[in-house]
Structure formats: structure tokens, C-alpha cells
Ligand binder design. Sequence first.
Ligand code: SF4
Ligand code: SF4
Length: 304
Amino acid sequence: MVNLSRRDFLSFCAKITALIGLESTFVPQIAEGVSKLINNAPPVIWLQGQSCSGCSVSLLNSYAPGPAELITRYISLKFHSTLSTATGDVAMDTLNQVIKDGGYFLVFEGSVPSKMPEACLMGHVPVSEILSDAAKNSEGIIAVGTCASFGGIPAAENNPTGAISVPLFLKNENINKPTILLPGCPAHPDWIVGTLVHMIKFGLPPLDAKGRPKMFFAKLIHEQCPRFSDYEREKFAKTFTDKGCLFRLGCIGPNTYADCTIRYWNSRINSCIPSGAPCIGCASEDFAIKANFPFFRKGEEKKI
Ligand code: SF4
Ligand code: SF4
């Protein structure tokens, strides 16, 4: 368990307030919400379907709070497919008990194999069955990552397992629960932490038409890009090490809603475009779906 001084606690609350896009006048309310989290940590279960565990790794890269604080202090992570220390029957018994008790938030990472349930099992049970039970008894669902939000890489063309997103799965199963999408391959840790805090303190955050929190996904990467003035002046990079807009190297920031270019990754150190890599649209619903649309493309000509 991590101990915080009052000063550190308020500093942490100020960071969370900024993280979810609120003004500093909201710090007391956030402090109240975080205290509630500490004293009465709401149960969270985190399940994985067809995923690479990248979003779990991203959560472990969270910055404020850090992963140890987050998991041991601010949320009661009752079950996580990768991080739980229990294995085998003990792990499955724990999960089944939490589902039976209800009152938890469900985080789901990865897509769901709708045509090949045996492609993804937990304790010999298809994950689709576990998701159905867990979703029905939850207070709300957060689909973390592009696979859970839109299908992502497992749903790429040919899609032998019939991989589908969590919202489509819930619709097919007639399950109607508050559902938030946090696309990204992986999802940014701030998006996960900020969404959990918002849900617990204020309820559902304002969402766009696709179910993404507006506080993170209201604007295009393109609109917030440090190379936007190069785009306007038609100063295009010819190689990844050039200065200039990366559009002609395949950047699809103009079609991708996320705030990476102002939030930055890896403890605010860098992000794709500032480091010379075009945005490959990992938070977009079209990500990796079409075989004839590679991540990097040379010679894009048309301006938007
Ligand atoms: S095309 Fe890409 S690099 Fe160019 S301004 Fe838009 S987001 Fe930035
Ligand atoms: S800039 Fe684009 S490719 Fe990079 S993390 Fe953000 S959405 Fe994904």
C-alpha cells in the first residue's frame, strides 16, 4: 500500500483533474471522488478476449497514479486475466464469485470470436460466455483498446474467428449496459485511469456518437498536430527523418480522433508524429481492417 502526504494527494488530484480536462476549480470535487475511491474502492474486473495484452501493458505504464498505486489503492482490481496472482480453479472461482456478487465495473480488452468460440477460452469456458455473464451483472463496461472497441487486428480482412467488437457482441446478445469505448492500439493509460475516475465520481463521461469520451476523443489528431502549419503550407516530409507534414508518408491523423499529439505517451515523453512516425490511425475504427491499406504508404498526393 502506498502512503501519500496531503500535499502529494492534492497534487495527484490536480493531475487527475487536468487529465480529464476539467478546470482547477474542480480539484476539491476530484479530491472527494479519489478519497471515495481510496476508502471504498469499487470493484473492477478486467477480462481479455482476443488481445495481445498491450492495453494491460499500457495500464502498467500509467503515470499519475502509477500502476502500483492504481491497482492497490484507487481501484479494487478483483480479477485481471494477466495480473492476478491466482491461477487455475482458484482464479476462476474468484472471478465467478465477483460476477455473482455484481456491482463492479467490467473492463474488457480484445475482440470476441463470434464464429469460433473455442478460439479464446478461460478455464475451458469460451470467453464469449464469460463476457455475457459478466456484462449482465456489471454497473458499466469499458471496452479498452481498438480490438474491443471496433474489432481491430483480430477482425482484419478474412477474419477466420469472426472477431467482433464488444459493443457489437452486446448488441447481438441484447445486453443493454452503459458502455464506453477507449480505442487505441494500445489505449493510452490516461484514457483508462481518467475514464474510471470519471465514472466513479461523476458517472458516465460525455460520449461522442461512437461511445468514446469527448474529453479524450473530441478532436482529430490532425487538428492538434504540431506539424499542422507544415500541412497548411504544403511542406511535406519525404522521409521519416525530414521535418514537415507526414501526410505523403501515409499519415492518417486527418481521419483519427485522439489527443496523442497534446497528451504524449510514455510518461509524457513523446508521441508518434513528433518523433517522425506518421499516425497509423491505431485509434480509428478502420485500423488494420483492410489488407490493401498498409500502415506506411508513400506518395499520398491529395490534400484533404
Ligand atoms: S497529416 Fe499528419 S503530420 Fe500532417 S498535419 Fe495532419 S496529422 Fe500532422
Ligand atoms: S498518433 Fe495515431 S498511431 Fe500514434 S498512438 Fe495516437 S492514434 Fe495511434
